[in-house]
Design a protein around this ligand. Structure first.
Ligand SMILES: Cc1cc2nc3c(=O)[nH]c(=O)nc-3n(C[C@H](O)[C@H](O)[C@H](O)COP(=O)(O)OP(=O)(O)OC[C@H]3O[C@@H](n4cnc5c(N)ncnc54)[C@H](O)[C@@H]3O)c2cc1C
Length: 573
């Protein structure tokens, strides 16, 4: 049975947390000064922390975000915001702002293997531009396609957009230049010690929940004693982020047409804006003579020296690591604090955005009083298997790259028949190995919260689990497939900020509406009479969560007790 202790005021969640805060005891060792108290403290102002804090704020939760650096990152890092992240950002109203700083929408996502930029193109994998994708998604309209196309953009470009969006929210205290230095969790809350990076002064803040979004070296994760499993430092790499104004060099760097990634045994060249800025990631071990001389690395990849200005250059190393647990009772990990991957596939930030939009509504529902205790447990049950699944994807994709690199042999650039034959053989092999790292919709969209305590179970049902191919389905736990109605509008565009009940063919929604009203659960009801969408969704009624995953589906809810039970499960009671 649901016990909604706290009510909505003017349609928005009342701050339950304030009441709980009143009961919070002063922790031992506190300075006797009244500590600042917030419901949620988000540690880390990278893309994941910024996204989570904004989602919490928009759901009525008062929170604080602290970031040890004074500004958002200058490092390009991530360059592919995938389709699932774009769906999530889109539903949070951020898509136009993000796309405004991204590579133009009519530019393709092509990936091409070359010998050198002065040499030969071996094999090109052609991919549609976001503009073409949009048209394709509408034309297909069979549930197999995402709602939003992916986006080519660097992390250095999107973090300021996410920060500005957070700054527009009123109930969040944003502190850049402030680091988390210690965490003490007790039964009632968490005391977090912060250090001002300018003055060195420390301050303690008390929160009900702490979100560790503080990256791979997470202070939060270490402080609560959660270990990581997997492989550290898979292979040393060197990043050279550079720009060039030289027209000839720019033409050479897009020699075979607008291309997102040019790849060779010498590394990966990422076109960051298709104008003047590129990032080269080289794959040579650090002990090689020129492995950390940026100009030499560019020259080796390109095949000749080009005029360039280095923006940033540094060694780095990817890891394949997953945190042993997603949470303690009051501390939750998200983003790189919870998982670190090789960038092949682009699962790092994208998995973290999924974490943020899962944790956001779950914490907010608990704090608003209509979410029950199992909601907090669900984060571990739902996200941890996805972290591992994406780790395996990243590992597989990297193995393909390593195998392709092994095809590079002397003679690949030779003139004459022998060189041409060697290139043809390499091209054939590359085509056979494929480019699943940019094609695995099964990983991006097909993840499923099997075993979660807050999704309905269906006897004998088995979720599809193909990492490559996405098979649309509405089994509870699955992401709701995106479909356009016959009037041209998208179902996704109509989903509510909280729960949504979708009903077809006049199925009665009274009982679930009543149950939601009496339990103070925000519920949007969508009634459709569209046979095509009904067929894809495979049920007359579906309950969809705030993160667009299906919580329950059935033929209808005729009894109040059934409706109450469905909501009770979905809300973690
Ligand atoms: C070369 C490269 C390419 C990549 N490509 C992609 C891609 O295409 N797609 C993709 O999804 N991912 C990609 N990634 C991974 C992506 O960059 C990370 O997954 C992403 O940065 C994770 O975001 P985050 O917010 O969890 O962590 P971070 O971006 O690391 O942010 C954590 C923040 O916490 C702050 N912090 C740390 N400690 C503290 C503390 N004690 N107190 C306060 N603040 C603290 C840090 O300063 C930082 O700002 C790539 C990474 C690299 C290196």
């Amino acid at each position: 049975m649901i016990h909604p202790t706290f009510q909505f005021r003017n349609g928005s969640p009342v701050a339950l947390e304030r009441a709980i805060m009143g009961k919070m005891s002063q922790p031992p060792g506190s300075w006797g000064v009244r500590m600042k108290k917030v419901s949620v403290l988000v540690a880390g102002g990278g893309p994941v922390g910024l996204t989570l804090a904004r989602d919490l704020a928009r759901r009525g939760v008062d929170c604080m975000l602290v970031e040890r650096n004074f500004t958002t990152t200058r490092h390009p890092k991530m360059d592919n915001t995938n389709v699932r992240s774009m769906e999530l950002f889109g539903l949070a109203g951020l898509e136009p702002r993000l796309r405004a700083v991204a590579v133009p929408e009519d530019h393709p996502f092509d990936v091409s293997w070359v010998t050198r930029m002065t040499g030969h193109e071996l094999k090109r994998f052609c991919y549609r531009s976001p503009l073409e994708d949009r048209e394709h998604f509408r034309d297909r309209n069979d549930g197999s396609q995402p709602f939003s196309p992916a986006m080519r953009v660097s992390q250095a470009k999107i973090e300021p957009v996410l920060k500005a969006a957070l700054e527009a929210e009123h109930n969040v205290d944003i502190r850049f230049g402030v680091a988390v230095v210690d965490v003490a969790e007790d039964a009632d809350g968490v005391t977090v010690t912060l250090r001002d990076q300018t003055s060195g002064q420390t301050e303690q803040v008390r929160c009900l929940f702490l979100a560790g979004c503080d990256g791979g070296g997470s202070t939060v994760r270490a402080a609560v004693g959660i270990g990581v499993t997997g492989q550290h430092s898979i292979m040393p790499r060197f990043m050279t982020h550079f720009r060039t104004d030289d027209a000839e060099a720019r033409a050479l760097l897009q020699r075979w047409g607008v291309t997102w990634h040019y790849q060779s045994i010498h590394g990966t060249l990422i076109a960051q804006n298709d104008v003047d800025t590129w990032t080269l990631h080289t794959r040579y071990p650090a002990n090689e003579r020129d492995a950390s001389e940026p100009g030499a690395l560019i020259e080796r990849f390109v095949g000749k020296a080009i005029p360039h200005e280095i923006l940033i250059a540094n060694p780095w190393s990817p890891h394949l690591l997953v945190a042993e647990a997603a949470r303690t009772p009051r501390v939750f990990l998200a983003g790189d604090a919870a998982h670190q991957y090789i960038p092949t596939g682009g699962y790092g930030m994208n998995t973290g955005i999924g974490d943020a939009y899962t944790l956001g509504w779950q914490l907010a529902a608990v704090l608003a009083g209509f979410g029950g205790p199992a909601l907090l447990r669900a984060y571990q049950d739902e996200r941890h298997p996805i972290w591992q699944r994406n780790l395996e994807g990243s590992r597989r994709h990297n193995a393909v790259r390593v195998e392709i690199a092994s095809l590079y042999e002397a003679g690949l650039e030779d003139n004459g028949d022998a060189g041409a034959a060697a290139r043809a053989a390499a091209a054939e092999r590359i085509a056979a190995l494929g480019n699943a790292e940019n094609e695995s919709l099964g990983l991006e969209l097909g993840y499923h919260y099997t075993g979660s305590p807050i999704v309905a179970s269906e006897a004998g049902a088995k979720a599809p689990d193909d990492p490559y191919r996405y098979q649309p389905n509405t089994l509870p736990g699955a992401r709701l497939p995106s479909v356009f109605l016959d009037d041209g509008t998208a179902v996704y565009a109509q989903l509510g900020r909280w729960f949504t009940c979708i009903a077809f063919r006049g199925t009665d929604t009274t009982k679930i509406e009543e149950a939601a009203r009496c339990r103070v659960i925000p519920l949007t009801v969508l009634r459709f009479d569209d046979p095509h969408v009904r067929e894809i969704y495979g049920a007359d009624m579906l309950l969809v969560r705030p993160d667009q995953h299906v919580a329950w589906r059935g033929t209808g809810l005729a009894e109040s007790s059934d409706a109450g039970a469905v909501l009770a499960t979905a809300l973690g009671w």
